[in-house]
Design a protein around this ligand. Structure first.
Ligand code: MN
Length: 282
């Protein structure tokens, strides 16, 4: 796979000829339990060099979509500017976190370019607190910031939130999350969730949406999460039905000598790029 620059340099693209631009953001300031999300982007890039280029489901090499990886970005302001440039150049940014706090910046940038933007949010947590541990720029508050930016969203895989967040959802008339327990036994939720979204969609993916048996390498793991096929099937349907204009993958906190989580996320990103490449909407 081509997220990692040193892999297959003959197939690695310069920014100007890429359709998908990967932006590593090793930002970690407020993780509250397990630490290590600042090492997420590098671990994903490293693991990406081990992902097979050929996708047997899609019957092509997803790198043909055109992937470039730019230098790491360390501040939220810079991330917003950089994302705006990428979308204004007609490309799709894929942000590698870092903690979840980073997501509000690229979502604001996408909203500037795509007025009718909506967000699909995968997570174990609702992240709707107004502030947490004394700051609004906390990983547990990121969807509240998205709400304030006036971007509608749908939440998937949630299985832990506070009373304050439950009351906020009710007060603001937000759609009930697609709770993990409710979607574990059917696929109906996929079409339902997609039908709640506008035509231009940003995907924010906290890796703890997955069950910890699949992704143990995350700071706030929660039992009862999603599995690989649920997520990839949803991505496939989403890419076919909507225009995915940007995405992020956050909260991976790599565990030394346990590469399965890193590899899973690297492969998941490659899957998403493949689905985008196969969709007729681009
Ligand atoms: Mn989370």
């Amino acid at each position: 796979m081509l997220i990692y620059k040193s892999d297959s340099p003959e197939k690695f693209l310069e920014y100007k000829s890429a359709r998908v631009v990967v932006v590593p953001v090793p930002y970690e300031k407020t993780t509250s339990y397990g630490k290590g999300t600042k090492n997420g982007p590098e671990a994903i890039c490293e693991a990406s060099s081990q992902v097979e280029l050929y996708d047997e489901e899609l019957e092509f090499e997803s790198c043909n979509v055109g992937i470039a990886t730019v230098d790491a970005v360390h501040s939220l302001d810079k991330l917003e500017t950089e994302t705006l440039k990428i979308v204004n150049d007609g490309k799709i940014p894929i942000i590698l976190g870092g903690e979840h706090t980073v997501s509000a910046a690229p979502i604001r940038a996408c909203k500037k370019k795509y007025k009718n933007l909506s967000v699909v949010h995968f997570d174990a947590h609702a992240d709707l607190r107004d502030e947490f541990e004394g700051t609004k720029l906390n990983h547990a508050c990121v969807m509240r910031r998205v709400f304030e930016a006036g971007v509608p969203f749908v939440q998937i895989g949630i299985r832990n939130h506070s009373l304050e967040e439950a009351e906020f959802m009710k007060k603001e008339g937000l759609r009930k999350p697609f709770y993990s327990a409710d979607i574990s036994s059917s696929v109906k939720w996929m079409d339902e969730a997609i039908s709640c979204l506008t035509d231009e969609v940003y995907l924010t993916f906290d890796v703890d949406a997955f069950d910890p048996s699949i992704i143990p390498a995350t700071g706030t793991p929660e039992p009862g999460g999603l599995n690989w096929h649920q997520v990839t099937e949803f991505f496939k349907k989403l890419a076919a039905a909507k225009k995915i204009v940007g995405a992020d993958f956050v909260e991976l906190a790599p565990i030394k000598n346990l590469p399965a989580s890193d590899f899973t996320i690297a492969k998941l990103i490659y899957k998403l790029i493949g689905y985008i490449g196969k969709s007729k909407r681009y």
